[in-house]
Design a protein around this ligand. Structure first.
Ligand code: S6P
Length: 594
Protein backbone atom coordinates (compact mmCIF):
# COMPACT_ATOMS: atom_id res chain seq x y z
CA UNK A 1 0.00 0.00 0.00
CA UNK A 2 1.09 3.56 -0.67
CA UNK A 3 1.53 5.92 2.28
CA UNK A 4 -1.57 7.95 1.33
CA UNK A 5 -3.72 4.80 1.25
CA UNK A 6 -3.40 4.20 4.99
CA UNK A 7 -6.57 5.28 6.81
CA UNK A 8 -4.75 7.65 9.17
CA UNK A 9 -2.93 9.58 6.40
CA UNK A 10 -4.59 13.04 6.34
CA UNK A 11 -7.72 11.14 7.31
CA UNK A 12 -10.07 14.12 7.27
CA UNK A 13 -9.40 14.81 3.58
CA UNK A 14 -10.68 13.13 0.41
CA UNK A 15 -7.97 11.56 -1.75
CA UNK A 16 -8.17 14.39 -4.28
CA UNK A 17 -7.24 16.95 -1.59
CA UNK A 18 -4.52 14.96 0.20
CA UNK A 19 -0.89 15.94 -0.33
CA UNK A 20 1.14 13.37 -2.19
CA UNK A 21 4.03 11.98 -0.09
CA UNK A 22 6.03 11.50 -3.31
CA UNK A 23 6.26 15.23 -4.01
CA UNK A 24 6.79 16.60 -0.49
CA UNK A 25 10.09 18.18 -1.57
CA UNK A 26 9.19 19.12 -5.14
CA UNK A 27 9.82 22.79 -4.30
CA UNK A 28 13.52 22.05 -3.91
CA UNK A 29 13.85 19.77 -6.93
CA UNK A 30 15.82 20.42 -10.11
CA UNK A 31 13.92 20.51 -13.43
CA UNK A 32 14.96 16.94 -14.10
CA UNK A 33 13.80 15.76 -10.71
CA UNK A 34 10.49 17.64 -11.05
CA UNK A 35 9.73 15.69 -14.23
CA UNK A 36 10.65 12.38 -12.57
CA UNK A 37 8.35 13.17 -9.65
CA UNK A 38 5.50 13.96 -12.03
CA UNK A 39 6.17 10.68 -13.82
CA UNK A 40 5.99 8.81 -10.51
CA UNK A 41 2.69 10.53 -9.65
CA UNK A 42 1.22 9.79 -13.07
CA UNK A 43 2.25 6.14 -12.71
CA UNK A 44 -0.25 5.93 -9.83
CA UNK A 45 -3.04 6.30 -12.39
CA UNK A 46 -2.35 2.78 -13.61
CA UNK A 47 -1.62 1.21 -10.23
CA UNK A 48 -3.28 -2.18 -9.77
CA UNK A 49 -5.95 -2.70 -7.14
CA UNK A 50 -4.18 -5.52 -5.28
CA UNK A 51 -3.71 -4.64 -1.63
CA UNK A 52 -5.36 -1.23 -1.94
CA UNK A 53 -8.52 -0.27 -0.08
CA UNK A 54 -9.61 1.73 -3.14
CA UNK A 55 -11.11 1.01 -6.56
CA UNK A 56 -8.58 1.59 -9.34
CA UNK A 57 -8.71 2.25 -13.08
CA UNK A 58 -8.22 -1.44 -13.89
CA UNK A 59 -10.69 -2.69 -11.25
CA UNK A 60 -13.26 -5.09 -12.57
CA UNK A 61 -16.15 -2.88 -11.50
CA UNK A 62 -14.71 0.15 -13.31
CA UNK A 63 -14.17 -1.70 -16.60
CA UNK A 64 -17.69 -3.15 -16.39
CA UNK A 65 -19.19 0.26 -15.69
CA UNK A 66 -17.27 1.71 -18.64
CA UNK A 67 -18.73 -1.03 -20.85
CA UNK A 68 -22.25 -0.37 -19.63
CA UNK A 69 -21.93 3.38 -20.25
CA UNK A 70 -20.45 2.68 -23.70
CA UNK A 71 -23.52 0.55 -24.51
CA UNK A 72 -25.79 3.46 -23.59
CA UNK A 73 -23.78 5.86 -25.74
CA UNK A 74 -23.80 3.38 -28.64
CA UNK A 75 -27.61 3.17 -28.45
CA UNK A 76 -27.79 6.93 -28.80
CA UNK A 77 -25.27 6.95 -31.65
CA UNK A 78 -27.23 4.28 -33.49
CA UNK A 79 -29.65 6.90 -34.42
CA UNK A 80 -32.50 7.64 -32.06
CA UNK A 81 -33.39 11.21 -32.93
CA UNK A 82 -33.89 13.83 -30.23
CA UNK A 83 -31.17 12.25 -28.08
CA UNK A 84 -28.05 13.80 -26.65
CA UNK A 85 -24.91 12.84 -24.76
CA UNK A 86 -23.94 15.78 -22.51
CA UNK A 87 -20.50 16.12 -20.94
CA UNK A 88 -20.30 18.75 -18.22
CA UNK A 89 -17.89 20.10 -15.61
CA UNK A 90 -16.16 23.11 -14.11
CA UNK A 91 -12.63 24.41 -14.78
CA UNK A 92 -10.42 21.71 -16.26
CA UNK A 93 -13.25 19.18 -16.12
CA UNK A 94 -15.40 21.42 -18.32
CA UNK A 95 -12.50 22.09 -20.68
CA UNK A 96 -11.97 18.38 -21.16
CA UNK A 97 -15.71 17.93 -21.66
CA UNK A 98 -15.33 20.42 -24.50
CA UNK A 99 -12.23 18.77 -25.99
CA UNK A 100 -13.74 15.28 -25.96
CA UNK A 101 -17.24 16.27 -27.13
CA UNK A 102 -15.76 18.24 -30.04
CA UNK A 103 -13.51 15.35 -31.04
CA UNK A 104 -16.34 12.83 -31.12
CA UNK A 105 -18.71 15.15 -32.96
CA UNK A 106 -16.06 15.55 -35.66
CA UNK A 107 -15.68 11.78 -35.75
CA UNK A 108 -19.45 11.32 -36.17
CA UNK A 109 -19.50 13.89 -38.95
CA UNK A 110 -16.63 12.09 -40.69
CA UNK A 111 -18.86 8.99 -41.01
CA UNK A 112 -21.81 11.15 -42.12
CA UNK A 113 -23.69 10.97 -38.83
CA UNK A 114 -25.20 13.87 -36.96
CA UNK A 115 -23.28 15.09 -33.95
CA UNK A 116 -24.91 13.98 -30.67
CA UNK A 117 -22.34 15.20 -28.16
CA UNK A 118 -22.67 18.50 -26.32
CA UNK A 119 -20.56 20.08 -23.60
CA UNK A 120 -21.35 22.39 -20.73
CA UNK A 121 -18.79 24.33 -18.72
CA UNK A 122 -19.49 26.50 -15.68
CA UNK A 123 -18.91 30.09 -16.81
CA UNK A 124 -19.67 29.18 -20.47
CA UNK A 125 -17.20 29.35 -23.34
CA UNK A 126 -15.22 32.18 -21.73
CA UNK A 127 -14.17 29.63 -19.11
CA UNK A 128 -12.51 27.48 -21.77
CA UNK A 129 -9.77 30.07 -22.06
CA UNK A 130 -9.76 31.97 -18.80
CA UNK A 131 -10.19 31.47 -15.11
CA UNK A 132 -13.88 31.47 -14.10
CA UNK A 133 -13.94 29.67 -10.77
CA UNK A 134 -17.01 31.28 -9.17
CA UNK A 135 -19.81 29.67 -11.25
CA UNK A 136 -18.56 26.30 -9.97
CA UNK A 137 -20.41 27.08 -6.72
CA UNK A 138 -23.72 27.70 -8.45
CA UNK A 139 -25.95 24.60 -8.49
CA UNK A 140 -28.94 26.50 -9.92
CA UNK A 141 -26.84 27.70 -12.82
CA UNK A 142 -25.85 24.09 -13.51
CA UNK A 143 -29.47 22.96 -13.56
CA UNK A 144 -30.63 25.83 -15.75
CA UNK A 145 -27.88 25.36 -18.31
CA UNK A 146 -28.64 21.64 -18.58
CA UNK A 147 -32.38 22.24 -18.84
CA UNK A 148 -31.88 24.81 -21.58
CA UNK A 149 -29.54 22.58 -23.57
CA UNK A 150 -31.83 19.56 -23.38
CA UNK A 151 -35.15 21.25 -24.09
CA UNK A 152 -37.24 19.01 -26.36
CA UNK A 153 -34.89 16.03 -26.06
CA UNK A 154 -36.44 12.64 -25.41
CA UNK A 155 -33.34 10.93 -24.08
CA UNK A 156 -30.20 12.36 -22.54
CA UNK A 157 -27.15 10.56 -21.24
CA UNK A 158 -25.61 13.08 -18.85
CA UNK A 159 -21.96 12.67 -17.84
CA UNK A 160 -21.11 15.00 -14.96
CA UNK A 161 -17.40 15.38 -14.26
CA UNK A 162 -16.09 16.49 -10.89
CA UNK A 163 -12.68 15.10 -9.99
CA UNK A 164 -13.20 15.81 -6.30
CA UNK A 165 -16.93 14.88 -6.33
CA UNK A 166 -17.36 18.39 -5.11
CA UNK A 167 -18.61 20.98 -7.64
CA UNK A 168 -22.11 22.27 -6.76
CA UNK A 169 -22.64 23.16 -10.46
CA UNK A 170 -22.40 19.43 -11.32
CA UNK A 171 -24.33 18.34 -8.20
CA UNK A 172 -27.23 20.53 -9.36
CA UNK A 173 -27.21 18.90 -12.77
CA UNK A 174 -27.13 15.39 -11.33
CA UNK A 175 -30.00 16.36 -9.03
CA UNK A 176 -32.00 17.50 -12.06
CA UNK A 177 -31.33 14.16 -13.78
CA UNK A 178 -32.56 12.30 -10.71
CA UNK A 179 -35.79 14.32 -10.76
CA UNK A 180 -36.47 13.39 -14.39
CA UNK A 181 -35.45 9.76 -14.92
CA UNK A 182 -37.76 9.49 -17.93
CA UNK A 183 -35.35 11.74 -19.87
CA UNK A 184 -31.96 11.61 -18.15
CA UNK A 185 -29.57 8.81 -17.34
CA UNK A 186 -26.87 10.27 -15.08
CA UNK A 187 -23.22 9.22 -15.04
CA UNK A 188 -20.83 10.70 -12.48
CA UNK A 189 -17.12 10.73 -13.21
CA UNK A 190 -14.63 11.62 -10.47
CA UNK A 191 -11.73 10.29 -8.45
CA UNK A 192 -12.81 9.88 -4.85
CA UNK A 193 -14.82 7.09 -3.26
CA UNK A 194 -18.51 8.05 -2.97
CA UNK A 195 -18.18 8.27 0.82
CA UNK A 196 -15.68 11.12 0.37
CA UNK A 197 -18.00 13.27 -1.77
CA UNK A 198 -18.38 16.82 -0.44
CA UNK A 199 -20.92 17.05 2.36
CA UNK A 200 -20.98 20.82 2.86
CA UNK A 201 -24.48 22.33 2.38
CA UNK A 202 -25.05 24.09 -0.93
CA UNK A 203 -26.74 27.49 -0.36
CA UNK A 204 -30.37 27.47 -1.47
CA UNK A 205 -30.43 23.70 -2.10
CA UNK A 206 -31.88 20.76 -0.21
CA UNK A 207 -29.17 18.41 -1.48
CA UNK A 208 -25.40 18.13 -1.12
CA UNK A 209 -22.94 16.46 -3.46
CA UNK A 210 -22.84 13.61 -0.99
CA UNK A 211 -26.62 13.12 -0.91
CA UNK A 212 -26.74 13.13 -4.71
CA UNK A 213 -24.00 10.47 -4.83
CA UNK A 214 -25.95 8.32 -2.37
CA UNK A 215 -29.03 8.47 -4.59
CA UNK A 216 -26.94 7.67 -7.65
CA UNK A 217 -25.34 4.70 -5.91
CA UNK A 218 -28.76 3.22 -5.23
CA UNK A 219 -29.71 3.49 -8.90
CA UNK A 220 -26.49 1.88 -10.15
CA UNK A 221 -27.91 -1.52 -9.15
CA UNK A 222 -30.43 -1.37 -12.01
CA UNK A 223 -28.13 0.55 -14.35
CA UNK A 224 -30.34 3.62 -14.11
CA UNK A 225 -27.26 5.61 -13.07
CA UNK A 226 -23.50 5.03 -13.21
CA UNK A 227 -20.56 5.97 -11.06
CA UNK A 228 -17.09 5.97 -12.63
CA UNK A 229 -14.79 6.83 -9.76
CA UNK A 230 -11.45 5.04 -9.66
CA UNK A 231 -8.90 6.42 -7.23
CA UNK A 232 -5.70 7.64 -8.84
CA UNK A 233 -3.86 9.06 -5.85
CA UNK A 234 -3.26 12.62 -4.68
CA UNK A 235 -2.07 15.21 -7.16
CA UNK A 236 1.61 16.14 -7.46
CA UNK A 237 0.71 19.70 -6.48
CA UNK A 238 -1.92 19.38 -3.78
CA UNK A 239 -5.46 19.61 -5.13
CA UNK A 240 -4.31 20.49 -8.67
CA UNK A 241 -6.83 18.25 -10.40
CA UNK A 242 -5.92 19.70 -13.79
CA UNK A 243 -3.03 17.23 -13.71
CA UNK A 244 -3.88 13.58 -12.97
CA UNK A 245 -7.60 14.29 -12.62
CA UNK A 246 -7.70 15.89 -16.07
CA UNK A 247 -5.65 13.13 -17.65
CA UNK A 248 -7.81 10.35 -16.26
CA UNK A 249 -10.98 12.22 -17.23
CA UNK A 250 -9.69 12.24 -20.79
CA UNK A 251 -8.64 8.59 -20.69
CA UNK A 252 -11.98 7.38 -19.30
CA UNK A 253 -14.21 9.47 -21.53
CA UNK A 254 -12.32 8.67 -24.70
CA UNK A 255 -12.11 4.96 -23.98
CA UNK A 256 -15.87 4.80 -23.40
CA UNK A 257 -16.83 7.00 -26.35
CA UNK A 258 -14.46 5.37 -28.84
CA UNK A 259 -15.77 1.90 -27.88
CA UNK A 260 -19.30 3.23 -28.37
CA UNK A 261 -18.40 4.82 -31.71
CA UNK A 262 -16.87 1.57 -32.99
CA UNK A 263 -19.91 -0.41 -31.80
CA UNK A 264 -22.36 1.94 -33.46
CA UNK A 265 -20.58 2.61 -36.73
CA UNK A 266 -18.23 -0.32 -37.30
CA UNK A 267 -20.41 -3.06 -35.83
CA UNK A 268 -17.83 -4.18 -33.29
CA UNK A 269 -18.81 -5.49 -29.87
CA UNK A 270 -18.08 -3.74 -26.63
CA UNK A 271 -15.98 -6.29 -24.78
CA UNK A 272 -14.12 -6.45 -21.51
CA UNK A 273 -10.81 -7.16 -23.23
CA UNK A 274 -11.42 -4.39 -25.76
CA UNK A 275 -12.01 -1.85 -23.01
CA UNK A 276 -8.96 -3.03 -21.10
CA UNK A 277 -6.86 -2.69 -24.25
CA UNK A 278 -8.02 0.88 -24.77
CA UNK A 279 -6.82 1.75 -21.26
CA UNK A 280 -3.52 -0.05 -21.86
CA UNK A 281 -2.99 2.05 -25.01
CA UNK A 282 -3.09 5.15 -22.83
CA UNK A 283 -0.73 3.56 -20.32
CA UNK A 284 1.71 3.02 -23.19
CA UNK A 285 1.21 6.63 -24.35
CA UNK A 286 2.22 7.86 -20.88
CA UNK A 287 5.30 5.60 -20.93
CA UNK A 288 6.29 6.76 -24.44
CA UNK A 289 6.08 10.36 -23.26
CA UNK A 290 8.09 9.97 -20.07
CA UNK A 291 10.75 7.97 -21.93
CA UNK A 292 11.93 11.50 -22.87
CA UNK A 293 12.39 12.87 -19.39
CA UNK A 294 15.65 14.64 -20.23
CA UNK A 295 14.19 16.65 -23.10
CA UNK A 296 11.05 17.49 -21.12
CA UNK A 297 13.28 18.65 -18.26
CA UNK A 298 15.08 20.95 -20.73
CA UNK A 299 11.73 22.55 -21.60
CA UNK A 300 10.86 22.95 -17.91
CA UNK A 301 14.23 24.57 -17.28
CA UNK A 302 13.82 27.00 -20.20
CA UNK A 303 10.26 27.94 -19.19
CA UNK A 304 11.34 28.31 -15.55
CA UNK A 305 14.14 30.68 -16.53
CA UNK A 306 11.74 32.75 -18.60
CA UNK A 307 9.26 33.14 -15.74
CA UNK A 308 12.02 33.91 -13.26
CA UNK A 309 13.38 36.79 -15.33
CA UNK A 310 10.02 38.31 -16.20
CA UNK A 311 9.76 36.64 -19.61
CA UNK A 312 6.86 34.68 -21.06
CA UNK A 313 6.07 31.18 -22.19
CA UNK A 314 4.00 30.86 -25.39
CA UNK A 315 2.52 27.69 -26.82
CA UNK A 316 1.96 27.75 -30.58
CA UNK A 317 -0.12 24.68 -31.36
CA UNK A 318 -1.80 23.14 -34.38
CA UNK A 319 -5.23 21.47 -34.40
CA UNK A 320 -6.38 19.88 -31.16
CA UNK A 321 -2.84 20.14 -29.74
CA UNK A 322 -3.35 23.89 -29.94
CA UNK A 323 -6.47 23.45 -27.81
CA UNK A 324 -4.49 21.39 -25.28
CA UNK A 325 -2.02 24.31 -25.08
CA UNK A 326 -4.79 26.87 -24.56
CA UNK A 327 -6.23 24.77 -21.76
CA UNK A 328 -2.91 24.32 -19.97
CA UNK A 329 -2.15 28.04 -20.20
CA UNK A 330 -5.57 29.10 -18.90
CA UNK A 331 -5.11 27.00 -15.75
CA UNK A 332 -1.97 28.79 -14.60
CA UNK A 333 -4.02 31.81 -13.57
CA UNK A 334 -6.06 30.27 -10.72
CA UNK A 335 -3.44 27.66 -9.85
CA UNK A 336 -0.40 29.87 -9.44
CA UNK A 337 -1.90 33.35 -9.36
CA UNK A 338 -0.20 33.87 -12.74
CA UNK A 339 -0.93 36.68 -15.18
CA UNK A 340 -2.48 35.60 -18.49
CA UNK A 341 0.65 36.75 -20.28
CA UNK A 342 2.98 34.54 -18.21
CA UNK A 343 1.91 31.36 -19.99
CA UNK A 344 -0.18 31.89 -23.07
CA UNK A 345 -1.59 29.59 -25.75
CA UNK A 346 -2.30 30.16 -29.44
CA UNK A 347 -3.97 27.85 -31.92
CA UNK A 348 -3.58 27.79 -35.67
CA UNK A 349 -6.85 28.87 -37.28
CA UNK A 350 -8.13 30.48 -34.04
CA UNK A 351 -11.74 29.95 -33.06
CA UNK A 352 -12.61 28.18 -36.29
CA UNK A 353 -10.15 25.47 -35.46
CA UNK A 354 -11.12 25.43 -31.75
CA UNK A 355 -14.76 24.72 -32.65
CA UNK A 356 -16.32 26.12 -29.47
CA UNK A 357 -20.06 26.64 -29.57
CA UNK A 358 -20.11 30.43 -29.03
CA UNK A 359 -17.58 31.06 -31.82
CA UNK A 360 -15.08 33.95 -31.67
CA UNK A 361 -14.71 35.59 -28.25
CA UNK A 362 -12.04 38.04 -29.35
CA UNK A 363 -14.12 41.05 -28.39
CA UNK A 364 -13.90 40.03 -24.71
CA UNK A 365 -10.34 41.27 -24.35
CA UNK A 366 -6.73 40.68 -25.30
CA UNK A 367 -6.48 37.31 -23.58
CA UNK A 368 -9.14 35.99 -25.96
CA UNK A 369 -6.97 36.65 -29.01
CA UNK A 370 -5.89 33.08 -29.63
CA UNK A 371 -5.03 32.65 -33.31
CA UNK A 372 -1.49 32.42 -34.63
CA UNK A 373 -2.36 35.50 -36.65
CA UNK A 374 -3.06 37.29 -33.33
CA UNK A 375 0.28 36.09 -32.03
CA UNK A 376 2.03 37.50 -35.08
CA UNK A 377 0.15 40.78 -34.76
CA UNK A 378 0.32 41.32 -31.00
CA UNK A 379 3.19 39.32 -29.51
CA UNK A 380 5.83 38.52 -32.11
CA UNK A 381 7.38 42.00 -32.25
CA UNK A 382 7.68 42.10 -28.45
CA UNK A 383 9.62 38.81 -28.14
CA UNK A 384 13.09 38.79 -26.63
CA UNK A 385 15.70 36.30 -25.44
CA UNK A 386 13.86 36.11 -22.11
CA UNK A 387 10.87 34.33 -23.69
CA UNK A 388 10.30 30.64 -24.36
CA UNK A 389 8.23 29.55 -27.35
CA UNK A 390 6.94 26.03 -27.91
CA UNK A 391 5.70 24.75 -31.25
CA UNK A 392 3.32 21.79 -30.78
CA UNK A 393 2.41 19.84 -33.88
CA UNK A 394 2.22 16.44 -35.55
CA UNK A 395 3.34 15.02 -38.88
CA UNK A 396 -0.24 15.49 -40.14
CA UNK A 397 -0.26 19.26 -39.59
CA UNK A 398 0.72 21.91 -42.13
CA UNK A 399 4.46 21.51 -41.64
CA UNK A 400 5.23 24.30 -44.15
CA UNK A 401 3.25 26.69 -42.02
CA UNK A 402 5.02 25.50 -38.86
CA UNK A 403 8.34 26.24 -40.56
CA UNK A 404 7.21 29.69 -41.65
CA UNK A 405 6.19 30.65 -38.12
CA UNK A 406 9.33 29.08 -36.66
CA UNK A 407 11.46 31.27 -38.96
CA UNK A 408 9.63 34.43 -37.87
CA UNK A 409 10.04 33.59 -34.18
CA UNK A 410 13.69 32.67 -34.67
CA UNK A 411 14.40 36.16 -35.99
CA UNK A 412 13.40 37.48 -32.55
CA UNK A 413 14.68 34.89 -30.09
CA UNK A 414 16.65 31.70 -29.81
CA UNK A 415 14.23 30.45 -27.13
CA UNK A 416 12.30 28.37 -29.65
CA UNK A 417 11.54 24.70 -28.94
CA UNK A 418 9.29 22.09 -30.52
CA UNK A 419 7.12 19.20 -29.42
CA UNK A 420 6.71 17.07 -32.51
CA UNK A 421 4.60 13.92 -32.69
CA UNK A 422 5.36 11.59 -35.54
CA UNK A 423 4.30 8.10 -36.48
CA UNK A 424 7.11 5.70 -37.46
CA UNK A 425 6.66 6.38 -41.12
CA UNK A 426 7.11 10.14 -40.92
CA UNK A 427 9.67 10.46 -38.17
CA UNK A 428 12.22 12.44 -40.16
CA UNK A 429 9.88 14.79 -41.98
CA UNK A 430 10.45 17.95 -39.97
CA UNK A 431 14.20 18.48 -39.97
CA UNK A 432 14.06 22.04 -41.34
CA UNK A 433 12.10 22.99 -38.28
CA UNK A 434 14.42 21.11 -35.93
CA UNK A 435 17.33 23.20 -37.24
CA UNK A 436 15.56 26.36 -36.13
CA UNK A 437 14.88 25.13 -32.59
CA UNK A 438 17.05 25.04 -29.48
CA UNK A 439 15.53 21.68 -28.60
CA UNK A 440 13.04 19.26 -30.11
CA UNK A 441 10.98 16.79 -28.14
CA UNK A 442 10.32 14.26 -30.88
CA UNK A 443 7.79 11.68 -29.81
CA UNK A 444 7.77 8.66 -32.11
CA UNK A 445 4.56 6.71 -32.08
CA UNK A 446 5.03 3.09 -33.09
CA UNK A 447 2.67 1.96 -35.85
CA UNK A 448 0.89 -0.22 -33.28
CA UNK A 449 -0.12 2.90 -31.31
CA UNK A 450 -3.68 3.82 -32.12
CA UNK A 451 -4.16 0.52 -33.96
CA UNK A 452 -7.85 1.22 -33.92
CA UNK A 453 -7.42 4.29 -36.10
CA UNK A 454 -6.12 7.82 -36.57
CA UNK A 455 -8.61 9.17 -34.09
CA UNK A 456 -7.14 7.06 -31.29
CA UNK A 457 -3.60 8.04 -32.18
CA UNK A 458 -4.61 11.70 -32.17
CA UNK A 459 -6.13 11.35 -28.69
CA UNK A 460 -2.95 9.74 -27.40
CA UNK A 461 -0.88 12.55 -28.87
CA UNK A 462 -3.17 15.00 -27.08
CA UNK A 463 -2.66 13.22 -23.76
CA UNK A 464 1.07 13.12 -24.34
CA UNK A 465 1.11 16.87 -25.09
CA UNK A 466 -1.02 17.50 -22.01
CA UNK A 467 1.51 15.70 -19.81
CA UNK A 468 4.42 17.63 -21.29
CA UNK A 469 2.70 21.01 -21.00
CA UNK A 470 1.46 20.29 -17.46
CA UNK A 471 5.09 19.48 -16.60
CA UNK A 472 6.33 22.66 -18.29
CA UNK A 473 3.86 25.04 -16.66
CA UNK A 474 3.90 23.36 -13.25
CA UNK A 475 7.68 22.89 -13.27
CA UNK A 476 8.29 26.49 -14.37
CA UNK A 477 6.16 27.83 -11.51
CA UNK A 478 7.89 25.50 -9.06
CA UNK A 479 11.24 26.89 -10.23
CA UNK A 480 9.84 30.39 -9.89
CA UNK A 481 9.16 29.62 -6.21
CA UNK A 482 5.35 29.59 -6.38
CA UNK A 483 5.10 26.27 -4.56
CA UNK A 484 5.95 25.56 -0.93
CA UNK A 485 6.63 21.84 -0.32
CA UNK A 486 3.88 20.54 -2.62
CA UNK A 487 1.31 23.27 -1.97
CA UNK A 488 0.43 26.08 -4.33
CA UNK A 489 0.98 29.14 -2.16
CA UNK A 490 -0.39 31.81 -4.42
CA UNK A 491 -3.67 30.21 -5.42
CA UNK A 492 -6.67 32.40 -6.13
CA UNK A 493 -9.40 32.07 -3.52
CA UNK A 494 -12.25 32.49 -5.95
CA UNK A 495 -14.67 29.73 -4.94
CA UNK A 496 -15.61 27.86 -1.78
CA UNK A 497 -13.43 24.84 -2.55
CA UNK A 498 -10.38 27.09 -2.92
CA UNK A 499 -11.34 29.12 0.16
CA UNK A 500 -11.44 25.96 2.30
CA UNK A 501 -8.21 24.69 0.75
CA UNK A 502 -6.49 28.00 1.53
CA UNK A 503 -7.77 27.92 5.13
CA UNK A 504 -6.45 24.37 5.60
CA UNK A 505 -3.09 25.38 4.15
CA UNK A 506 -2.85 28.30 6.57
CA UNK A 507 -3.79 26.06 9.50
CA UNK A 508 -1.20 23.48 8.50
CA UNK A 509 1.61 26.01 8.15
CA UNK A 510 0.83 28.33 11.04
CA UNK A 511 -0.61 25.86 13.53
CA UNK A 512 -3.37 28.40 14.34
CA UNK A 513 -7.06 27.62 14.73
CA UNK A 514 -9.44 27.49 11.78
CA UNK A 515 -11.21 30.63 13.02
CA UNK A 516 -7.95 32.58 13.34
CA UNK A 517 -6.82 31.46 9.85
CA UNK A 518 -10.12 32.49 8.31
CA UNK A 519 -9.80 35.89 9.93
CA UNK A 520 -6.30 36.28 8.52
CA UNK A 521 -7.51 35.19 5.10
CA UNK A 522 -10.34 37.72 5.17
CA UNK A 523 -7.96 40.39 6.41
CA UNK A 524 -5.82 39.72 3.33
CA UNK A 525 -8.85 39.65 1.02
CA UNK A 526 -10.19 43.00 2.27
CA UNK A 527 -6.73 44.41 3.07
CA UNK A 528 -7.72 45.34 6.61
CA UNK A 529 -6.64 44.61 10.19
CA UNK A 530 -10.09 45.44 11.52
CA UNK A 531 -12.75 43.06 10.28
CA UNK A 532 -16.22 44.33 11.09
CA UNK A 533 -18.87 41.97 12.48
CA UNK A 534 -20.84 42.59 9.33
CA UNK A 535 -17.93 41.47 7.17
CA UNK A 536 -17.28 38.41 9.31
CA UNK A 537 -20.92 37.41 9.02
CA UNK A 538 -21.34 37.90 5.31
CA UNK A 539 -21.51 34.74 3.26
CA UNK A 540 -18.65 32.99 1.55
CA UNK A 541 -19.75 34.03 -1.93
CA UNK A 542 -19.14 37.68 -1.02
CA UNK A 543 -15.63 36.83 0.18
CA UNK A 544 -14.72 34.78 -2.88
CA UNK A 545 -16.06 37.55 -5.11
CA UNK A 546 -13.93 40.14 -3.31
CA UNK A 547 -10.91 37.83 -3.56
CA UNK A 548 -11.19 37.73 -7.34
CA UNK A 549 -9.81 41.27 -7.55
CA UNK A 550 -6.90 40.63 -5.16
CA UNK A 551 -3.50 39.07 -5.57
CA UNK A 552 -1.18 37.31 -3.09
CA UNK A 553 -4.05 36.72 -0.65
CA UNK A 554 -2.76 33.46 0.85
CA UNK A 555 0.90 34.51 1.21
CA UNK A 556 -0.22 37.74 2.88
CA UNK A 557 -2.46 35.94 5.33
CA UNK A 558 0.34 33.53 6.18
CA UNK A 559 2.84 36.30 6.85
CA UNK A 560 0.30 38.03 9.13
CA UNK A 561 -0.28 34.79 11.03
CA UNK A 562 3.37 33.89 11.42
CA UNK A 563 4.77 37.30 12.25
CA UNK A 564 1.72 38.70 13.97
CA UNK A 565 2.00 41.85 11.87
CA UNK A 566 -0.48 44.12 10.11
CA UNK A 567 -1.62 43.51 6.54
CA UNK A 568 0.33 46.50 5.25
CA UNK A 569 3.52 45.33 6.96
CA UNK A 570 3.01 41.89 5.43
CA UNK A 571 2.58 43.55 2.04
CA UNK A 572 5.89 45.35 2.32
CA UNK A 573 7.65 42.18 3.49
CA UNK A 574 6.34 40.31 0.46
CA UNK A 575 7.35 43.17 -1.80
CA UNK A 576 10.90 42.87 -0.45
CA UNK A 577 10.90 39.11 -1.02
CA UNK A 578 8.88 38.47 -4.17
CA UNK A 579 9.67 34.74 -4.35
CA UNK A 580 6.73 33.38 -2.40
CA UNK A 581 8.50 30.23 -1.22
CA UNK A 582 11.45 32.23 0.17
CA UNK A 583 9.13 34.66 1.90
CA UNK A 584 7.23 31.80 3.53
CA UNK A 585 10.44 30.13 4.62
CA UNK A 586 11.84 33.33 6.06
CA UNK A 587 8.66 33.85 8.11
CA UNK A 588 8.55 30.24 9.25
CA UNK A 589 12.13 30.51 10.46
CA UNK A 590 11.63 33.79 12.28
CA UNK A 591 8.38 32.57 13.87
CA UNK A 592 10.10 29.53 15.39
CA UNK A 593 13.05 31.52 16.74
CA UNK A 594 12.76 32.49 20.39
C1 S6P B 1 -7.82 22.38 -10.95
C2 S6P B 1 -8.44 23.43 -11.76
C3 S6P B 1 -9.89 23.72 -11.38
C4 S6P B 1 -10.81 22.49 -11.37
C5 S6P B 1 -12.24 22.84 -11.02
C6 S6P B 1 -13.19 21.64 -11.04
O1 S6P B 1 -6.45 22.25 -11.17
O2 S6P B 1 -7.71 24.61 -11.67
O3 S6P B 1 -10.37 24.66 -12.28
O4 S6P B 1 -10.76 21.87 -12.61
O5 S6P B 1 -12.25 23.43 -9.77
O6 S6P B 1 -12.85 20.70 -10.09
P1 S6P B 1 -13.61 19.32 -10.02
O7 S6P B 1 -13.09 18.62 -8.82
O8 S6P B 1 -15.09 19.63 -9.92
O9 S6P B 1 -13.30 18.56 -11.28
Amino acid sequence: MREWEFPDYESELPVSEKSNPLTRDIDRASANHVVRLLEACDAEIFQEETGSPYKKLFSDSIIKTMMAVAEKVADILKGVTESLVVLSGCGTSGRLAFLVATHFNRLSTSVSRSPVFAYLIAGEDKALLSSREAPEDNAQLGMLSLQKLCQGKGRVLFIGISCGLSAPFVAGQLHLCLQHPEVYTPVLLGFNPGSQARYEPIPGCTFTFQSVVQQLEELTVNQRAFLLNPTVGPEAITGSSRMKGGSVTKILLESVLSAAHAAAHANTHITYMGMLERLREYERAVAITYAQTEVIAGLVEAAGQSLQCGGRVCYLGWGSLGAVGLIDASECIPTFGADYEDVRGFISGGYQSLGNKDGPLTSLGPQFSIAHADFERLVLHTLSERDTLLLIYTHCDAVGEVERLARRVREKTSGLHAIYHASDASATAADNISDLCSSVLKIHWPSSAGESGDSNLRMQMELSSKLVLNAVSTGAHVLKGKVYQNHMMDLQVTNTKLYHRATRLLQGLSGRSQARCQEALLGAVYRTDHLTVELLNSDLTAHTLAASTRSKVVPLALVCLLIGCSVSEAESRLARQPVVRDAVEACLTSSTQP
